[in-house]
Ligand binder design. Sequence first.
Ligand code: CP
Length: 354
Amino acid sequence: MDRTSLMTNIETNWEKFLDLQISGKIPFFTKNERMYDCLFAQQFNREILEHLFKVAGFLRKLTKNKEGMEFANSLLSHKRAMLYFVQPSTRTFFSFLNACHILGIKTGEIRDTSTSSELKGETPEDSVRTFSSYVDLIIMRHPTPNFVEKTAWLMNKTKRPVPVINGGSGKDQHPTQALLDLYTLYRSFNGEIDGKTIAMVGDLKRGRTVRSLSYLMKNYKNMKLIFISPKEFKMEKDILDFLKKHEITFHETDKFEEGIKQADAVYMTRIQNEHDKSGESGKVDVSRFCFNKEHLNIIKKNAIIMHPLPRRNEIAVEVDDDPRAMYWRQERNGMWARAALISYIFGVDDKLLG
Ligand code: CP
C-alpha cells in the first residue's frame, strides 16, 4: 500500500492510524522509497543498516582533517533542525546536536516545555507544528508513548512536512540507539554480526534500548539472545513473540554469571525506575546483575561489554580500562551513526560515498 491509499484508508484519523501494525505504518513514513521519518527500529533493514555503517565510517575518516570537515559542513548548510528533548538526555541530545553540526545544519532546542508557549495552554501538537514552520528537521525525545510518531503523522498531513527522528519515546522505542548499538557490534566484530550471542542484562521490561535492539536482530542470521534479569523485569511478551515470529533464538534466565559466560556481547542496562508507579524498583534486589572486575575473567576473551549509558552501578568503574569495555566508544559511535542517518534522510549520503 502506498502513502496516498494509506491516507485515504485511515481517513486521517490518528486513533485508526495508531491501531495499524508497524508494517502497515512504515509506508506513511517513507518517501521516494527512502525512510523519511525515523520512528521505529523495525524500519531498518540490513541493506539500510550496512549502508549507514559505511557512511558513518566514511564521515569519521573524512572529518579528521580541515578540508574534509569543511566538505561535510557544506552538505546541509542550508538546513535547520529543532531538537525537542523534553525528557532528560545527555548523549542522545549532544550526539544529535553534533551530528547536525558536522553536516552544517543549524540547530535550535527546546529542553523544557516551561520555556515555551505550552505554559500558556498551547497543546504539544500545536507547539511542534509551530517549530516545524521554522525548521527542516525535528529530532525529538518525549516521555509520552507514541507522541513522536503522532508528531510525524501530523507533519506528514501538513503542506510543509519536515522529517521527524525519534530520539527516544515512552518506554517503547529508541531506534537510533539500536542503530548505534548495532554499529558498535559491526565495528567490534569487523562487520561479522551473524551468529553472535548477545546477553542483555537488567531492566528488560521497561528498557527501550533493549527492546529496540531486539527488533534489529531480524536483520541478521543465527543470532542468539540471552535475557538476564530479575523475574520482575523480564522482557515483555510482545518482544518474545516478535523473536519467535522471526525465528530468533532466545533464552531467559536470572543467572547472571552463567548467562554472560556464553555471550559475544554483554549489554548491561540500568533499572528504569523513572517508570515506577509505586517504588517497585526499590523492592527488587538487582545487586546480582552488576558487572564487576571479577567478571572480566569469566567472559569470553573476545567478548565486548556494552551499555547505552547512563550507568549507575551496573558496571564497576574499574572495568572501564579493559579493552573489551566498549561503552565509551559506543556513545561516540552514536554521533557518527546519527550523522549518517541524517545525511541519508536528506539524500546527501551518496555525496559522501562518492
Ligand atoms: N543512551 C541514552 O539514550 O542516553 P541519554 O539518555 O543520555 O540520551
